[in-house]
Design a protein around this ligand. Structure first.
Ligand code: ADP
Ligand code: MG
Length: 261
């Protein structure tokens, strides 16, 4: 794990947190069979927040964010996203997924589709957006992640960092209000980590509400407004980055930080 400092000035002036609730998780529990993986999770995310989730492997970080767009189902408690409750109601699931974008460690691009097609597939088929308009939007976001020249290539022809930026652009094409990132840089070589973090910084500066599971503590320090530490399926501690790193309260947090910093 690296404490990669972003070698750019971070403009935090646009990163304002509103008092509007984006996500409200209340007493949420999840089991995999008999294994109690998430325990009484309470979390309120306000619009404009950049939350970094840290914690040891297996602590439930991925499962928690996957519950937020129903890639995993929780068994008790409630999850509200933009005022809609996540339940088995398919209408609600569709609505929430349309507002929540997600990027994974392994970019999950369609290998047999071009970059442009990867970015227009869901807008055309799910959103029923005319092809031309979907392509214009896709080019806009490919420019934003600085790879418009790759539009007609296939994922296998791009570097890992470029593929991850495509994955981010593809999510943005659905115009999400919230972005979830699950270790977006963990599969990348060091020289590519920065270009993906740069893209995430720009999103943050534009006011995107973001929840990022990441080991990039430099990103956490400079971009996050809140760091959440999870262990054994629980939120153990959370604080603003400065206090979190300099003055951790719980033994488990101290141990974790001593291992990664
Ligand atoms: P993290 O992202 O913090 O590494 P995960 O959320 O991936 O943790 O996993 C939390 C725990 O749940 C781990 O013990 C993992 O083995 C277990 N787990 C994850 N997914 C499944 C699944 N689909 N079925 C059973 N157990 C799972
Ligand atoms: Mg994980």
């Amino acid at each position: 794990m690296s404490d990669l400092a972003l070698d750019r000035q971070i403009d935090r002036s646009q990163m304002t947190v509103s008092d509007e609730v984006a996500i409200q998780i209340t007493k949420m529990n999840k089991w995999f069979g008999t294994f109690h993986v998430l325990r009484d999770i309470d979390l309120t995310v306000y619009r404009g927040e950049r939350i970094v989730i840290a914690g040891p492997s297996g602590s439930g970080k991925s499962t928690m964010i996957r519950c937020i767009n129903r890639l995993e189902e929780h068994q008790s408690g409630t999850i509200m996203v933009d005022g809609t409750e996540l339940s088995s109601d398919l209408k609600n699931i569709d609505k929430i997924r349309s507002e929540v974008g997600m990027c994974f460690q392994h970019f999950n691009l369609f290998p047999h589709l071009t970059i442009l097609e990867n970015c227009t597939l869901a807008p055309i088929w799910v959103r029923k957006i005319p092809k031309r308009e979907a392509e214009a939007t896709a080019m806009h976001f490919l420019e934003k992640v600085k790879i418009p020249e790759q539009a007609h290539k296939y994922p296998g022809q791009l570097s890992g960092g470029q593929q991850q930026r495509v994955a981010i652009a593809r999510s943005l094409c659905m115009k999400p209000r919230i972005m979830l990132f699950d270790e977006p840089t963990s599969a990348l070589d060091p020289e590519m980590i920065k270009e993906v973090l740069d893209t995430m910084v720009e999103l943050a500066q534009e006011g995107m509400t973001m929840i990022c599971v990441t080991h990039e503590m430099g990103f956490a320090r400079q971009v996050a407004n809140r760091v959440i530490f999870m262990d054994a399926g629980q939120i153990v501690e959370q604080n603003e980055p400065e206090a979190f790193f300099n003055n951790p309260q719980h033994e488990r947090t101290k141990l974790f930080l001593s291992q990664i910093l």
